[in-house]
Design a protein around this ligand. Structure first.
Ligand code: EPU
Length: 299
């Protein structure tokens, strides 16, 4: 719990009408799960995002940056400190480049690329969330990743400087980057470098990526819970361990795809965690494989 003086100082910087207390995070995550944020601020622009992060750092307030909330499980007791939701979504098209602020919905850049006959972002079709979240987690499908068409990423670094990181310095890997492993590097804006392509080819590629997602459940979830182990599928392993459809409270291992846990209505984060641990222990026991979380658990 923050002391009232600190909260007062923060609200002087961010504006008392913009800083909210005890905001339920359930409605800000695709899981529909999570307790309240002690303090909650929506950054409408990159400038507001910089201001909020710098203020939290100066006042030594723990802060957490939330994008589309699509790859995260928030604890039932909520989050202490400041949760900053990124809503900055300026988008510039300088064909063949697209420049997007971190809070831009991924769907928006996928659509913009299609409209301008630019290829490279087809693998992101149907993926929820924001540009910032997708770049931090190097989202993708079928052995293609968003990082493949990134030129550079502008960040606020640990010391408060704004720097431009070339793609090769972002440590992209399977569902990871330096932004995921080091959250003090705050993504502000991303420059994508795409390729001019025949719209028919873009349409066909997009269709194939959509088809690859057709076995995924429509219910509330956080996408794939676990990363795939090398040369295997977490979904296949959990399925083969006999856990498809397993329920704890109102959480269920999807009967459709076992690497998804779905919230049937009012599931608790603790129910999801029970299923996560069950899947990990059964898969370890049966196949000797350790499943690693892809989603972030925030407490
Ligand atoms: N499988 C089963 N049972 C299941 C689920 C899958 O036997 O319950 C089998 C499938 O039949 C298939 C294999 O496992 O033979 C792989 O399944 P799928 O094609 O669904 O792909 P995946 O490896 O489970 C990955 C990504 C998805 C991405 C899809 C499509 C990870 C962890 N998952 O899933 O990404 O959409 O490929 O390309 O890398 C995400 O990361 O959040 C995500 C949804």
């Amino acid at each position: 719990m923050l002391n009232p003086k600190t909260i007062h100082q923060l609200s002087k910087i961010l504006g008392s009408n913009r800083l909210n207390k005890n905001v339920s995070l359930a409605s800000h995550t695709t899981f529909g799960i999570g307790g309240p944020a002690e303090l909650f601020y929506e950054a409408q622009t990159s400038e507001e995002l910089i201001k909020a992060v710098k203020a939290a750092r100066e006042l030594k307030i723990p802060y957490f940056i939330l994008g589309g909330g699509s790859n995260i499980l928030v604890a039932d007791q909520g989050l202490a400190g400041l949760t900053i939701k990124i809503k900055s979504q300026r988008l510039k098209i300088k064909s063949p480049k697209i420049i997007a602020e971190a809070g831009t919905p991924l769907a928006k850049i996928v659509k913009a690329a299609q409209e301008h006959s630019l290829s490279g972002l087809e693998c992101c079709i149907g993926i929820p969330g924001t540009v910032g979240g997708a770049v931090a987690g190097n989202a993708g499908a079928k052995n293609q990743w968003i990082s493949q068409c990134i030129k550079s990423v502008t960040i606020l670094d640990k010391s408060g400087e704004i720097i431009n990181l070339k793609k090769d310095n972002c440590q992209f890997g399977y569902r990871t980057s330096c932004f995921k492993s080091n959250p003090s590097k705050v993504i502000l804006e991303v420059i994508f470098e795409l390729e001019k392509e025949n719209p028919k080819i873009i349409k066909e590629k997009t269709k194939q990526f959509l088809e690859a997602r057709s076995n995924q459940p429509k219910e509330k979830s956080a996408g794939s819970i676990f990363k795939n182990p090398a040369n295997d599928s977490a979904g296949r392993l959990i399925d083969a361990a006999g856990l498809k459809g397993k329920r704890v409270g109102e959480a269920q291992i999807s009967p459709q795809h076992a690497n998804f846990i779905i919230n049937l209505d009012k599931a608790k984060a603790s129910d999801i965690l029970t299923l996560i641990k069950l899947a990990q222990s059964r898969v370890k026991e049966k196949f000797g494989v350790e499943l690693k979380l892809e989603i972030q658990y925030r407490v």
